[in-house]
Design a protein around this ligand. Structure first.
Ligand SMILES: *[C@@H]1O[C@H](CO)[C@@H](O)[C@H](O)[C@H]1NC(C)=O
Length: 360
């Protein structure tokens, strides 16, 4: 009788032991998960061990980036990992970008070429960069840009500040959202055609002397405009200044500097300027831009519909998977417990049997 009682206790203990094991197992899982995520965060923000003569690789925002800082390269190295998505070259004496400078790299999403004394860019340099979204060519001495650059299908962010760019007319078909041209030699707002996506335009510290609503009307999405450091003068004999301010207010464009302080118009125009009307051309350009934006959205809409369908399905599958996993785990632990109980009972029986044998 006593022996059986002890055996039963041991069953209970065994059960607790199993619980303990599951608990430990889960703890290890959690720990492993935490270590994995921590190390990925760490990897994301720190440099990997792989270094080469002039360049090294890092993972930044989960993109593979090659950085080539401050060495005396005379051209962009062609033997980097061809899968790099970001190329960051700074501080070399690189006078020219030739047609094959970027040739091995077909996955580039972003390119930064700073402080290179970069002067000449051949026409087809960016021709094989279909995925390029961000291009940063600040701090060079560029005075000419190849037209092919503005036809890249995904290019949305273009930094061209601190160069020697003059006014030029470009037919931009890239979906530009940000165009930065500070510290160049522009005398007018760049004439780049209708830009339905352009959100941010920086033309600060150029030589711009005049501006009108017609310069801004082709940018119907424009919300941020930097004109500081220019010497813009309005004709005081008409309402241009008032019209410009009114347009900026109406379109809710945020100016880096304050609105222009308009001088009082001549007495005959006082009423007109207080109740300003925009030119027909301003309305025409703006409406063309809106129409183009509408067409773009028509194309985007079905795409985003399918994207949401696919994401819903994947979330559903994930939830089902997690649920199944837990059900499975539960059954498994119950099964294991039962099995151990059975083993314990079996051991008990063996014990009693042996006892009986001994007694006999
Ligand atoms: C670069 O490629 C473009 C287009 O293929 C060609 O017109 C140009 O002559 C090339 N430039 C050089 C320097 O080879």
């Amino acid at each position: 009788m006593l022996k059986i009682e002890i055996a039963r206790n041991s069953v209970r203990f065994e059960g607790r032991h199993t619980d303990m094991r599951i608990f430990l197992f889960n703890g290890f899982l959690l720990l492993g998960y935490a270590v994995a995520s921590l190390s990925s965060i760490y990897l994301d923000s720190s440099e990997s061990a792989e270094t080469m003569d002039h360049c090294h690789y890092i993972i930044s925002n989960s993109l593979l980036e090659a950085r080539c800082p401050n060495f005396q390269l005379s051209k962009i190295p062609l033997d980097l990992n061809p899968d790099i998505q970001v190329l960051n070259v700074t501080g070399h004496l690189l006078l020219r970008l030739t047609n094959d400078s970027l040739h091995p790299y077909k996955e580039l999403v972003a390119i930064s070429l700073h402080y290179l004394v970069l002067h000449k860019i051949d026409n087809a340099v960016f021709a094989n960069q279909p995925y390029l979204e961000v291009l940063d060519l600040r701090y060079n001495i560029i005075n000419y840009l190849p037209k092919s650059l503005f036809q890249l299908p995904y290019l949305h962010t273009l930094y061209l500040g601190h160069n020697l760019l003059y006014d030029s007319v470009f037919n931009v078909t890239s979906p530009l959202r940000l165009l930065e041209l500070s510290k160049n030699l522009l005398t007018v707002i760049p004439n780049i055609g209708i830009q339905p996506t352009l959100f941010h335009l920086d033309v600060s510290y150029n030589k711009i002397t005049s501006i009108s609503t017609e310069d801004l009307a082709p940018f119907c999405s424009l919300k941020e405009l930097d004109l500081t450091g220019n010497r813009i003068k309005f004709n005081a004999s008409n309402c241009d200044c008032q019209a410009f301010n009114a347009w900026v207010r109406l379109r809710q464009i945020k100016m880096k500097s304050d609105l222009y302080k308009c001088t009082d118009p001549p007495a005959v125009l006082y009423k007109d300027c207080a109740n300003v009307r925009f030119s027909d051309r301003t309305h025409k350009l703006f409406n063309e831009c809106l129409a183009m934006k509408g067409r773009k959205m028509e194309i985007e809409k079905p795409r985003s519909f399918w994207i949401s369908v696919v994401s819903c399905v994947s979330v559903f599958l994930f939830v089902v998977f997690v649920a199944l996993f837990f059900v499975h785990k539960r059954y498994r632990s119950r099964y294991m417990k039962q099995e151990e109980q059975l083993t314990a009972v079996y051991d008990n029986t063996q014990l009693i049997k042996q006892q009986l044998d001994d007694d006999l």
